[in-house]
Design a binder for this molecule. Structure first.
Ligand SMILES: Nc1ncnc2c1ncn2[C@@H]1O[C@H](COP(=O)(O)OP(=O)(O)OP(=O)(O)O)[C@@H](O)[C@H]1O
Ligand SMILES: [Mg+2]
Length: 511
């Protein structure tokens, strides 16, 4: 029995076809991976399945029955749940409030055999029920924590929790591991297999082929809105999948250590500390330097101070102690604008929170932060023609796939939105690049490009700070690797020759 059948589904945005006559089916109890380049149409397809977008034409069948969802509420009623690529959580509310949002429990009092309902929320029962689901799936969360206080990885788990709480049978996960650490990914794979053994049907979108091979039974490859491959996991391999996705072999950049002892120190951090809004010290006495031509990698389990360190270094949080230098110039607590003006480019951790403005045009986002520079601004007035020219060049050069060049960033696929930041920051030609999760949500072809570019910077004697939860990325690119644990630097390793196990031990706090 097929849990899902899609027949000739097409979705057009204006005259752009995002999904072109797509047909596929998912058996009950199967795990299906959907893969494809940024902008291929994966999220669009899932949004139609979940009732968020109306198909232009085609048919959707759930458990053999044709459906026409008007909204996700209809989808949930038919047993479908979706965890989105970009979280849909309310930061100021607690975990349990986010989970029960829309299906709150009212307060009841038993009288004899009957019950009286009150138009009040039964907070105690809600907390208890949500905590039960958390514990059942070993999600290691406190139902009372506020979303804004938990890590991105934990927020991802809340998204999945929302579906589990609604007891859906078909789970759609759009890039669930993009923000998870390798350990969290392994835990998630175990949880999803467990859900499968309980009879749930799962569709996962991911760019990480290791996960596809570890998780999926079948794989559908989408390219430019069309299905270009239907594969069974046991009869394929990563190379075949990536060939179908990208249309060519993907190169893995290899690099080796360089002698940097005579190179100048370009960037120096001395005894830096900072505290969060609760007054807790989250970065403690961190010191490091990066020489010209060096990539310094920072590894660590998420929530060990890397985010806060990166915020302090990029002007989004103030340090409580310590100093930062660009060559000999002190730049401690500079604003992002001052940092950029001094020659530091910034790729922030969260593309939509810190890197882009969704409701602004692609062109405006491509110059944001650099909009007072001569090539796009004269006498305080933006030069529209020049900005448009720059936009055309960048979109072409960075292969940003868009349906409407004049549109807003909110219309872009996740990976293409990330590429807007990459294009903006790379083309500023900085002396120092501070890159936090630069390839998050980006397809394998584009990862190859970004990695190549970082190594090119290194060749050009620029300094790069690379914070990433992708251990393979850190190991492949960094000359040196420092590991953060509980806000401190717990150890340093030489790049290119240390092992995953050595980094893993430091990440776990073992010196
Ligand atoms: N609301 C919209 N209006 C106009 N175009 C859109 C809209 N939503 C998506 N698109 C376009 O449809 C195409 C497919 O986008 P989609 O988000 O489905 O890609 P994706 O495969 O999920 O990519 P990624 O891996 O980067 O997340 C993109 O070119 C995108 O710009
Ligand atoms: Mg997507």
């Amino acid at each position: 029995m097929n849990a899902i059948e899609i027949h000739n589904l097409t979705k057009r945005f204006g005259d752009f076809t995002a999904n072109d006559n797509i047909s596929l089916s998912v058996k009950k109890g199967e795990i299906k991976a959907i893969v494809g380049e940024n902008g291929a149409g994966k999220t669009t397809l899932m949004n139609m399945l979940y009732g968020l977008l109306k198909p232009t034409s085609g048919q959707i069948l759930i458990n053999g029955k044709e459906v026409h969802f008007k909204s996700p509420l209809d989808a949930i009623r038919e047993g479908l749940g979706m965890a989105h690529q970009h979280f849909k959580l309310v930061p100021s509310l607690s975990i349990y409030e986010n989970v029960v949002l829309g299906i709150e429990k009212d307060r009841r009092i038993r009288i004899g055999n009957g019950e009286i309902h009150f138009p009040l929320v039964d907070k105690k029962q809600e907390i208890q029920l949500v905590q039960q689901v958390i514990d059942k799936y070993k999600f290691n969360l406190d139902a009372n924590s506020k979303i804004e206080d938990i890590s991105v990885g934990q927020q991802q788990r809340v998204e999945i929790l929302k579906m589990l709480y609604r007891e859906v049978d078909i789970l759609i996960l759009d890039e669930p591991t993009a923000v998870l650490t390798p350990q969290e990914v392994d835990e998630l794979i175990v949880s999803l297999k467990e859900l499968q053994s309980q009879g749930k049907t799962i569709i996962v979108i991911t760019h990480k082929l290791r996960e596809v091979m570890a998780l999926a039974d079948t794989i559908t490859v989408i390219k430019r809105g069309k299905v270009v491959g239907e594969l069974e996991k046991t009869k394929t391999d990563e190379a075949e999948i990536s060939r179908l996705m990208v249309g060519r072999e993907v190169v893995v950049h290899k690099c080796c250590a360089a002698d940097l002892s005579h190179s100048l120190v370009a960037y120096r951090v001395e005894h830096l500390s900072t505290s969060n809004s609760d007054g807790k010290e989250v970065v403690k006495d961190v010191s490091f330097e990066i020489r010209e031509g060096e990539i310094l990698g920072i590894a660590g389990v998420e929530g060990n101070g890397q985010s806060e360190l990166s915020k302090v270094l990029t002007g989004l949080m103030r340090s409580t102690k310590g100093r930062v230098y660009l060559y000999d110039r002190e730049i401690t607590n500079f604003w992002p604008k001052e940092l950029r003006r001094s020659g530091i480019s910034i790729i922030p951790e969260d593309r939509f929170e810190q890197g882009l403005c969704r409701d602004m045009t692609i062109a405006d986002n491509l110059i944001a932060g650099y909009h007072d520079q001569k090539d796009v601004c004269r006498y305080g007035i933006l030069r529209k023609k020049q900005i448009e020219k720059k936009r055309e060049e960048m979109v072409k050069h960075y292969d940003i796939r868009i349906s409407d060049i004049k549109g807003n960033v909110s219309q872009l696929s996740g990976g293409n939105a990330q590429k807007i930041i990459i294009a903006r920051e790379f083309s500023a030609n900085p002396k120092v690049l501070l890159a936090n999760q630069p390839t998050r949500g980006v397809d394998i072809g584009s990862i190859e490009y970004i990695h190549g570019k970082l190594l090119e910077y290194r060749e050009q004697k620029k300094a790069v700070l690379l914070i990433s939860s992708e251990l393979s990325e850190i190991m492949r690119l960094s000359d040196r690797i420092i590991v953060m644990y509980k806000g401190e630097i717990i150890g340093e390793l030489e790049g290119f020759c240390c092992t995953k196990e050595e980094i893993g031990l430091l990440m776990a706090g073992v010196k």
